[in-house]
Design a binder for this molecule. Sequence first.
Ligand code: AMP
Ligand code: MG
Length: 303
Amino acid sequence: ETLYTTGDDLNAEIGNKLREIENGLLSWTDEDSQISKLNAAAGEMTEASDELAGYLAQIEQLADDSGGAFDPTLGKVIRLWDIGGENQRIPGEDEIQEVLKDSGYQKISLDGNTIHMDEGCSLDLGAAGKGIGCDLILENLKNQKDVTAALMNLGGSSVMTYGSKPDGSSWNVAVTDPRAENDDDYLGVVALNGTEFLSTSGDYEKYFIEDGVRYHHIMDPSTGYPAKSGVTGVTVVCDTGLEADALSTACFVLGVEKGAQLLKTYGADGLFVDEDHHVYLTEGMKERFSLLADSYSVEDILE
Ligand code: AMP
Ligand code: MG
């Protein structure tokens, strides 16, 4: 986090804002969060805040546009596997089929602020939450007159840039090599300007390996298993944090060709990395990306 600022309490204010989002809005473990309340009210009509209803509308649109690759209703599937958690394990096929019945983004219907979710369905906004956090920080920064430029990184996978750096150069964000031996081995660098958001999804963030198979935290909603599209990481750049975050998750599930198509409809730039150390760049990403890791090669995306 590099903040060019003269405001002493800027960090505290942003910290409070983030805690508010995490605990008040998105957490499913905190009973008082809006998401927990929605989950508890599954099967009934509920009224959501303008804020949450707005996010859910965008999220439902992204789910639809991605053909369900991004799905906010995987709560039960995600908890069953608990990848990265204390109870992570490979569930039985029958258990997976059981929880899959309760997921599917069509189980949510929105009418203004009135929300209905089918009984048994459980929301998990883990794939968009950090992006929403970035959007809210941007709003917050715009109101802080003494801040002219900033770069924020939430959880290492969602980045926001604001304004111009003091020397006028673009912001350079390092992208992790998904198969790096050391944490500071980067795949390359992506240049961001002004108000842009970057988000990365990868199978190296939360995973375990059993019998040589990598079980990671990005689920294919059509199977209930970790997604196997051949990619190891996807980085997306676009105009809002929510979109960047949701699109990177969707693209991980969709793989290179279908993912690139989806990015086109959102006017977003992306890079995809595969097991064979290929890096696929969309047209817009070609102008932003510099490769650093020499074990990788840049390839064209086939249309
Ligand atoms: P990200 O790191 O942004 O790709 O988000 C991954 C997180 O989103 C996981 O830890 C789950 O909480 C949730 N998730 C996993 N698979 C999906 C999916 N296909 N669609 C939406 N959310 C997902
Ligand atoms: Mg995401």
